[in-house]
Design a protein around this ligand. Structure first.
Ligand code: F0G
Length: 481
């Protein structure tokens, strides 16, 4: 994609697809947006699809599919046990990852559930480069805990470091040496979701896997965000950029004992997969798959989706295809940074991330700046992002916050869904919001209203700032949407 040069204007991300099917959308009025955000308890998870112009909550299961994927779905062999589609997916996984054993499950967290059931004993520890809620939730349900081993600089929101997801490998090694049998496995997340979709370098992943082998610990790669990470290895890592995406994937896969992924992200479908070359690991996980997910040739996934994922995995090996998401994220981030908006840099995968504490310096953490900003962006634009901050952490004061709790708003970029003009609209509204940021106020929990999870929590505006913002919007934009 970056091979296309423009004659007169600065470069824009250029789509390498044409649109075949569209879904209509509309922009609710600013008054409707204020009403909707109150109804949602200032929690963007609780907004409904009809409240939205752009849905940038997540890239999970909402990437546009190709005509080839949709066509392949019709070839699905709907068979409870021993489906031909299962064989096809086994072959595709063998071709790409060189792994012999594959277990289908219904989504990424089901992989994590099965793996935790199979490998975590009460009291055991899972070191990881960074935590992700679904993974650590499953580990905790089995009585285990996690230990973060991220390199300290990974938490710097504005940085020029190309691979902020890297392990502190000295810490990892120390932990494995000291804890021995108390280590359930090591989880390697590529890319690293909660620090801004930041990639982890190839050398660092290979080193983490080497340390695992040295101390006889199982290495498990969470490859849900691998497609962006592959793009960044190819474009940012001089040591590996001469390799093709397939060669990088193969080299990485060969180093890992187990790989799992949410196919809602990797493979542009809806499902999940656990893969390995170790028969004993496979048998151990298979037992739980058949108990919780489904017969191990479909494992809770729709056969049609398995067909689509086979095509999607092939597309993941195509440099042009996987460059699309990062190109949009880079564009959004660059345009906003150039106009003074505090963004997480360098841009990563999955989405662009705004540094909420810098955007709203007058709102202390106790008033949830990332939650306020996500709600305010929705009021200003009809676009839904996601609070990535303290709302879903049970804490009383700043000292209680778990290590690495940042305050960011994520604007996910589902692949091939939105156009550059829609991104330009969003940029414009964020710039307006920044100029009017003093109008944004805090949020708080009503007594007893805290569920401890940002999926459901309902908050209240501590002052009538949404109305203030809407009035200024009307003043500046007249009767525009
Ligand atoms: N691992 C990572 C790195 C993820 O980002 C996700 C999901 C999962 C596992 C779980 O997969 O949703 O299929 O159960 N991330 C989504 C997001 C929810 O919006 O970031 P799942």
């Amino acid at each position: 994609m970056d091979t296309v040069k423009y004659y007169k204007r600065a470069s824009l991300p250029l789509e390498m697809h044409k649109v075949c099917i569209v879904q209509k959308t509309r922009i609710p009025t600013v008054e409707e947006r204020v009403e909707a955000i109150y109804r949602a308890g200032f929690n963007t998870y609780c907004l409904m699809s009809d409240d939205l112009y752009l849905d940038m909550l997540t890239d999970s299961g909402v990437n546009a599919m190709t005509n080839e994927q949709l066509g392949a779905m019709m070839l699905g062999d709907e068979c409870y046990a021993g489906s031909r589609t299962y064989r096809k997916m086994c072959d595709k996984i063998k071709e790409i990852f060189n792994k012999d054993y594959f277990l289908p499950v219904h989504q990424g967290r089901a992989c994590e559930h099965m793996i935790a059931k199979a490998f975590v004993q009460p009291g055991q520890i899972v070191p990881m480069n960074f935590q992700f809620g679904t993974a650590v939730g499953q580990i905790a349900l089995q009585g285990g805990s996690y230990e973060l081993c991220l390199k300290e600089s990974g938490l710097e929101l504005q940085s020029s470091e190309p691979f902020k997801g890297d392990f502190d490998t000295e810490k990892l090694e120390r932990l494995l040496k000291e804890q021995g049998d108390n280590i359930a496995f090591v989880r390697i997340e590529a890319g690293t979701n909660l620090i801004g979709g930041q990639p982890i370098s190839m050398g660092n992943m290979l080193e983490a896997a080497r340390i695992c082998r040295k101390y006889n610990a199982i290495s498990i790669l969470d490859a849900s965000l691998l497609q962006d990470n592959l793009h960044f290895i190819k474009t940012r890592d001089a040591e590996y950029s001469h390799l093709s995406i397939r060669e990088i994937t193969r080299m990485l896969s060969d180093a890992m004992d187990i790989i799992y992924f949410s196919a809602r992200k990797l493979g542009f479908g809806r499902g999940g997969a656990i893969i390995t070359n170790d028969k004993a690991h496979y048998e151990r996980v298979k037992y739980f798959v058949s108990k919780y997910e489904g017969f191990p040739t479909f494992g809770g996934m729709s056969i049609k989706e398995m067909e689509a994922i086979c095509v999607g995995l092939d597309d993941t090996m195509d440099e042009e295809t996987i460059a699309q998401g990062p190109a949009f994220i880079e564009y959004l981030t660059r345009e906003l940074v150039e106009r003074g908006i505090p963004m997480v840099t360098p841009p990563g995968g999955l989405g662009c991330h705004i540094d909420a504490m810098k955007f709203l310096p007058n709102i202390p953490r106790e008033k949830y700046p990332a939650g306020c900003l996500a709600a305010a962006i929705y009021i200003a634009s009809g676009c839904r992002g996601m609070e990535r901050g303290g709302i879903d952490e049970p804490w009383e004061n700043e000292d209680d916050l778990p290590f690495g709790t940042l305050e960011t708003v994520r604007l996910a970029v589902p692949r091939r869904v939105y156009t550059v003009s829609q991104m330009n609209y969003l940029i414009d509204r964020i710039l307006w919001l920044y100029d009017n940021r003093d109008l944004i106020g805090g949020l708080g929990f009503a007594d007893g209203n805290r569920m401890g999870h940002n999926f459901y929590d309902k908050l209240e505006a501590l002052e009538p700032w949404p109305e203030r913002l809407a009035a200024k919007f009307r003043e500046d934009f007249g009767d525009s949407l």
